[in-house]
Design a protein around this ligand. Structure first.
Ligand code: QUE
Length: 372
């Protein structure tokens, strides 16, 4: 194993002779953006670890101090969007299928699964973190589902986990790309515990010293105790989501996206965090807002596996329409931050346009069809 590999694998030898596995995202120059290569290393290794009785749990972490994972690797995808246009895009099919398979595997992993979510955690990074059984955030964690800025919608299970946040905060996060700190993430149920980054070494030492039973329920409790100890006395920052909880719910109320849009456009607030949220919504892709809202309304009657299958069609739908490529261009390629959305306003969106984003485009891949 060389240190140029995009995921590094290792093991922590524990006192009782069992092992705690570690996987390290290793592309710090791209903020550990999740690539197909990373997914193809992670998924088979996680399956081996799930089946290996000597492995008691997994730590997923990332190289560098800046980011756990800033999202999906969109530069690779962008070239294929230009080449394919509305035609079939096999790169995108593979990318989304394999990413959602990995996310689902983490959600259903049979052993304690610790995510060290230090620094930037956005989009695909939240997809990796959200399904972990133990989610650590640090004082430097900055978490968001920012897809409305690039003409996508919060995928990677976002339709599912944003639906499970308090009140209508998840809809607010999808429509505004609002930035969350550790306290916000814990309030929203997207993280479990704040541990100072400086105590990471102590956590790993505690994992090495702990009496792992090789039994998931007991071992989950052991890991929870380790993290609670490590987090003890750490100062919790103020939570903007908590402070503005009633305002957020009032803004997001009702069953009509046009009403929500009117309230966000009319928002008067002294708080720069709320101002930025409203402004990001207004500059964001109308197609993204419409699909986020449609999924918000559909997901309560769906399982996680069903959500990943619907997101698969939705993401391929975005690949076949114009806004996704235009958003990547404006934010990551040309960086003019001036995307031309089509349609240009929420008022112009039709039910047929929404339906065309959600319809099947070919056969559901067996890997997603068999998820339960
Ligand atoms: C909104 C997004 C993303 C973003 C920026 C946004 C996103 C994403 C990336 C990203 C970051 C670093 C990389 C990379 C992509 O940026 O989803 O390839 O190296 O993945 O404003 O949704």
């Amino acid at each position: 194993m060389t240190d140029t590999a995009v995921v590094l694998f290792d093991e922590i030898k524990t006192a009782g002779g069992r092992r705690f596995a570690t996987a390290t995202l290793n592309a710090p120059a791209s903020l550990n953006a999740l690539s197909v290569d990373m997914v193809r290393l992670l998924t088979p290794r996680l399956r081996e670890w799930a089946a290996d009785p000597g492995i008691v749990g997994v730590l997923l972490q990332a190289a560098g101090e800046k980011a756990f994972c800033a999202g999906g690797d969109l530069r690779q995808l962008y070239q294929t969007l230009l080449e394919c246009g509305p035609a079939r895009n096999t790169y995108a099919e593979d990318f989304f299928r394999e990413e959602y398979e990995l996310d689902h595997l983490i959600h259903t992993f049979p052993k304690p699964f610790l995510c060290w979510g230090h620094g930037i955690v956005m989009g695909g990074g939240v997809g990796l973190m959200s399904g972990c059984s133990h989610r650590v955030v640090t004082a430097e964690s900055r978490i968001a589902m920012p897809e409305i800025a690039i003409g996508l919608y919060p995928d990677v299970g976002g339709s599912w986990f944003l639906r499970r946040t308090p009140g209508r905060t998840g809809l607010f996060l999808a429509l505004t790309a609002a930035n969350l700190n550790a306290a916000d993430a814990i309030f929203c149920g997207l993280a479990d515990v704040l541990v100072p980054q400086a105590r990471k070494g102590a956590v790993i030492e505690a994992i090495a010293a702990a009496p792992w039973a090789g039994e998931a329920k007991a071992d989950r409790a052991t890991l929870s105790r380790i993290l609670a100890n490590a987090g003890e006395g750490a100062g919790m920052p103020a939570s903007k989501v908590r402070e503005h909880y009633d305002t957020i719910n009032a803004l997001m109320a009702g069953d009509d996206l046009l009403d929500i849009a009117k309230r966000l456009r009319a928002l008067q607030s002294e708080d720069p965090w709320l101002q930025t949220a409203a402004k990001t919504f207004m500059k964001g892709a109308p197609s993204s807002a419409a699909l986020s809202f449609e999924l918000w309304q559909r997901v309560p009657r769906m399982s996680l596996a069903e959500v990943f299958r619907l997101e698969y069609w939705a993401s391929l739908g975005f690949c076949a329409h114009k806004d996704f490529a235009e958003g990547i261009r404006a934010v990551l390629i040309d960086k003019d931050r001036n995307p031309k959305w089509s349609p240009a306003s929420i008022e112009e969106i039709t039910p047929e346009f929404i339906e065309d984003h959600l319809r099947p485009r070919g056969e559901m891949p067996v890997e997603l069809a068999r998820l339960t």
